[in-house]
Design a protein around this ligand. Sequence first.
Ligand code: TRP
Length: 336
Amino acid sequence: MKKNEKKQVVMSGIRPTGILHLGSYFGALQNYVRMQEEYECYFMVADLHSLTTHPDTKSLRANVLDVISEYLACGLDPDKAALYCQSAVPETSELYLFLNTLAYKGELEKTTTFKDKARLQPQNVNAALLTYPTLMAADILLHRALYVPVGKDQEQHLEMARNFANRFNHRYGEIFPEPIAFNFGEALVKVPSLDGTGKMSKSENQNATLYLSDDDALIRKKVMKAKTDEGPKTPNAPKPDYIENIFQLLSLVSDKEVCQKFEADYNQCTIRYGELKKHLAEDMIRFITPIREKAKTIRDDENFMKGVLEKGADKARESAKKTMQLVREAIGIKYF
Ligand code: TRP
């Protein structure tokens, strides 16, 4: 990059409605840590979004601080990336309103996540749940971000953000780049759950998900319970999904030699799954323990946490203010 060239802007968010797990690490955080070196990064905790599904705010503060401390423990640096809360940037709500004038009821109602959530909480199909994608678009467009590191489940929301950006640009003038999903052009690492069904998850499937806050005994217990079978009966047999998953997890945290040894054992039908799982458990512990301990130390330092959030909010607001000035002028609500 040339010296005075502005860095591209990266923006992503996470709802504080569950706890971070191994999939969050390999699917997102690891990439964020790389991105903060190269891009102007905004990583946000979407506390306003969480109100659309979790109106009870008793555990909100704890959840927000947990996420931030785990982000920091995984290597995000408040001097490089802006780490902040959505609610600390009031400009978000202002842009949300403008974008809502460009979002149609019909398309919002058709959004997959809206339909799913409405089914789950029929007693609380609130207007902010319907306009969830507009709020997310506001988060992104507020920094005029180009790159949005998210998984497949957010692709529809991102497409809507592109549509809103386009409509705005078309109606009021070119202000926003069209944000796109971005992960260094690499496929996202798959982090399967331990029971052979689906992926690790923030809130479901808790016994088959390894959380960054799990203690050693719990990690051991979850790994040892992972589904296996009698072992292959013929050399070089294809692996059933649940066995493939264990190998996949091993490849994330264990040395190459260990993976190769168990591959060879499998292919020669000499594999002992108890031994494989013991290895996996110990390597998982070696991986997760330093993150858990670091997160706890950070989390316990309230002054430090406050400083991080203030610094992040300042950076995010500075960027938001600039955008909103352009937005207000483009719309024509600057009268003097
Ligand atoms: N909707 C995202 C999720 O559920 C969280 C989110 C909120 C987000 N605002 C965002 C993601 C902006 C990327 C960019 O995971």
